[in-house]
Design a protein around this ligand. Structure first.
Ligand code: AMP
Ligand code: ZN
Length: 114
């Protein structure tokens, strides 16, 4: 999608700190981290949000979760734990409309979700 900032990152049209890449998934450091480790995991295919998932494309969620596991291992947060968050739509505060999961860790995040 031509005006999507994450598609531009995926196409290397704008720079980012890539930490993982495979055929279907990319992950890069969040520009505004909320924890010592804060990575965004995205499908290379443009999907706007969970609302655009279908029977045909939902397999990407397994790919994203498997990437999250590998990245957590590589970035040293696997043993102590991490959080994988998706914001979907206005009330959730989604600001970039290319499906992404925040992989957050490297400190105690507490038991509360919000
Ligand atoms: P969300 O509220 O879930 O849509 O979060 C979007 C995230 O994208 C925010 O945490 C931003 O800091 C992050 N972000 C926006 N632009 C960039 C960028 N160019 N490179 C890395 N992260 C970005
Ligand atoms: Zn996109």
């Amino acid at each position: 999608m031509s005006n999507c900032i994450f598609c531009k990152i995926i196409n290397k049209e704008i720079p980012s700190a890539v930490v993982y890449e495979d055929e279907k998934v990319m992950a890069f450091k969040d520009i505004n981290p909320v924890a010592p480790v804060h990575v965004l995991i995205v499908p290379k295919m443009h999907i706007g949000s969970i609302k655009e998932l279908t029977e045909e494309n939902a397999g990407i969620l397994a790919d994203i979760h498997l990437a999250a596991k590998k990245i957590a291992q590589e970035l040293g947060i696997y043993e102590k734990g991490f959080r994988l968050i998706n914001n979907c739509g206005e009330d959730a505060g989604q600001t970039v409309f290319h499906l992404h999961y925040h992989l957050i860790g490297g400190k105690s995040l507490g038991a509360k979700i919000i």
